[in-house]
Design a protein around this ligand. Structure first.
Ligand code: ADP
Length: 493
């Protein structure tokens, strides 16, 4: 029996999952680590916390599985994207805390670049919307705020990496300074057409080329772990991808038009657009889905700000439910929401509306409105927002969507998944394995070392799927969607 170890380094926790050659979970370990908020809008991690939590769960996953470490054919890595670390090449020590993707400290600089009219050229080259999320303005900020760092960076003494790169450096004890195309495509410095670091963008953000990692395919040779790091042996690192791209691959959305949606705190939706970059007219991001040998795949990406978070709101603020799962029970007690529509625009509305001033609202209340209706309408709002983005993706690409693949915490909600299928008039498919992000990293690595031979073989291993089939008429869909769109219009007034 051969195994693949997937390291899943997320925003709030590090996880490790050991998969066997049937792509089943053998062991799963997880450790949370501290979040730091030094000022309003700032978010940092200690790079040591990231590394130590990740390596300890990796070791634990192997020990708990009681397998010989020699039977681990390869490691795959997936990670929180865009988070930025700079370190000293000599000592391996970070020169500043990791600036996390959510951190807004460089927002002012981004505004300045917008004023200078740089948004279009950045969008053209990188596929990204000019925003402080992405690494470039974070790197620039660190170089500007640590004494003497820019000079040292220019002399080649400093290395930059997203979290994948930092982990690879640590795992190989500084032998390999590399990233993969998916992570590179989130830095705002990587040209997704030419597949190269872009000199003009490096100049714009005043970033010395000497700090950059080598960019590799998502499946390839990222070196061997140092024997002192895991189990006294060398293990090959063969697959690397940012978390959302890994989950797209883990869901085996390998053909153009295939879409996955992750229902977590927010929703992250990615559509495979094939070997072509599709430009969005609705503010979605174009990004690299993966590269394996000659095969490059691009994706369109959109997100819903408030999805599972609306269920947390029902639980914590409105106190209508004890736990998230109870929302399904209440939704099932009524036949419909009785005209109630909840718009959870708590932080404004994202794609395709892009209205940051909008705030949430509940419409259609009557004397007969019950908790059940409000709970149900809140779940429905998650499905409506997903429909909005999928509609935008279809418009942008003209692609037919065969079905929607789902994962994430709120995908456990059967009512929500059935309502989603009904509203989309498209089949929704939920895998038994919920860890699709780790699975994607494992697939990339396992295909590379021959644990699996092909995507077709992986498909046969993914047979355990719950399918939600659409069951409503066109008219039903239109009546409901009209109500939603009317409510959205009103919160934007
Ligand atoms: P994240 O990775 O963003 O923390 P998860 O994938 O762990 O998110 O999912 C957690 C979110 O899913 C929470 O916002 C929670 O309210 C929601 N959630 C979890 N279970 C259910 C459920 N059965 N029904 C609806 N929402 C749920």
């Amino acid at each position: 029996m051969k195994y693949i170890l997937a390291l899943d380094q997320g925003t709030t926790s590090s996880r490790a999952i050991l998969f066997n050659d049937k792509a089943e979970v053998v062991t799963k370990t997880q450790k949370e680590f501290p979040q730091h908020y030094p000022k309003p809008g700032w978010v940092e991690h200690e790079p040591d916390d990231i590394w130590l939590s990740q390596i300890s769960v990796a070791r634990e996953a192997i020990e708990k599985a009681n397998v010989s470490p020699r039977d681990i054919a390869a490691i795959g890595i997936t990670n929180q994207r865009e988070t930025t670390i700079l370190w000293d090449r000599e000592t391996g020590r970070a020169v500043y805390p990791a600036i996390v993707w959510q951190c807004r400290r460089s927002a002012e600089r981004i505004e300045q670049l917008k004023q200078l009219g740089k948004a279009d050229i950045i969008k053209d080259k990188t596929g990204l919307v000019l925003d402080a999320y992405f690494s470039a303005s974070k790197i620039e900020w660190i170089l500007d705020h640590v004494d003497g760092l820019r000079e040292r960076a220019e002399k080649g003494e400093i290395a930059f990496g997203t979290v994948d790169t930092y982990l690879i450096w640590k795992l190989t004890r500084g032998n390999v300074h590399a990233t993969d195309v998916t992570n590179a495509s989130r830095t705002m410095l990587y040209n997704i057409h030419t597949l190269e670091w872009d000199d003009e963008l490096l100049e714009l953000f005043r970033i010395p080329r000497a700090i950059l990692p080598e960019v590799m395919d998502s499946a390839g040779d990222f070196g061997m772990t140092h024997p002192e790091v895991i189990a006294g042996i060398e293990i090959p690192i063969r697959g690397v991808a940012g978390d959302q791209q890994a989950s797209l691959f883990g869901q085996l959305c390998t053909d153009a038009g295939m879409v996955k949606n992750t229902y977590g705190t927010g929703c992250f939706m990615l559509m495979n657009t094939g070997d072509k970059i599709k430009n969005s007219q609705t503010g979605l991001i174009s990004t690299i889905a993966w590269k394996r040998g000659d095969e490059i795949r691009y994706a369109l990406e959109g997100s819903v700000f408030i999805a599972g978070a609306a269920i947390q709101w029902l639980r914590d603020e409105l106190k209508m439910i004890y736990d998230a799962a109870q929302s399904e029970y209440y939704a099932g007690l009524v036949d419909d929401s009785d005209g109630v529509v909840v718009v959870p625009a708590f932080t404004g509305l994202g794609a395709p509306y892009w209205n940051m001033r909008a705030r949430g609202a509940i419409f259609g209340l009557t004397r007969g409105t019950k908790r059940e209706h409000i709970v149900r309408a809140t779940l429905e709002s998650i499905a409506y927002q997903t429909l909005d983005i999928l509609t935008a993706m279809k418009q942008d690409t003209g692609l037919r969507v065969p079905h929607l693949q789902v994962d994430g915490g709120a995908a456990a909600n059967g009512f929500l998944m059935q309502f989603q299928a009904d509203m989309l008039n498209t089949t929704v498919r939920r895998l038994k394995v919920t860890e699709t992000t780790a699975l994607g990293a494992a697939y990339l690595a396992g295909l590379e070392v021959g644990v699996w031979q092909s995507v077709e073989q992986l498909r046969t291993l993914q047979a355990d799927v719950t399918v939600f089939k659409p069951s409503k008429s066109r008219q039903w869909i239109e009546v409901h969607y009209d109500q939603w769109q009317d409510a959205v219009r009103r919160v934007m007034e």
